[in-house]
Ligand binder design. Structure first.
Ligand SMILES: [Zn+2]
Length: 89
């Protein structure tokens, strides 16, 4: 595996390299810390037991869950703290 990190580069932060410590809301353009996990599944793309997750801040939880719910994708909305304590590792 090739890593091309450049630690002293002061350019814009790469979107593929988010800070590991603070999960950020998945809403487009939002930089607020996430407090909710939306677990969803697209039956056309995913097996039934597969879970994709979106992170949401308080402000975007309703927007994102409505977006998924309208499509019938939304499975669960869980507080981030609860989600993290439920998953080992
Ligand atoms: Zn947000």
């Amino acid at each position: 595996m090739i890593s091309s990190a450049s630690p002293s580069d002061e350019g814009p932060r790469s979107p593929t390299d988010p800070p590991a410590e603070a999960p950020i809301c998945s809403a487009k353009g939002c930089r607020a810390p996430a407090v909710w996990v939306l677990a969803w599944n697209n039956p056309k793309l995913h097996t039934p037991d597969r879970r994709k997750t979106w992170l949401a801040c308080e402000e975007h939880r309703e927007y994102l869950s409505n977006f998924l719910n309208m499509r019938g994708f939304l499975k669960d909305t869980v507080p981030l703290a609860e989600w993290e304590s439920a998953s080992d590792g």
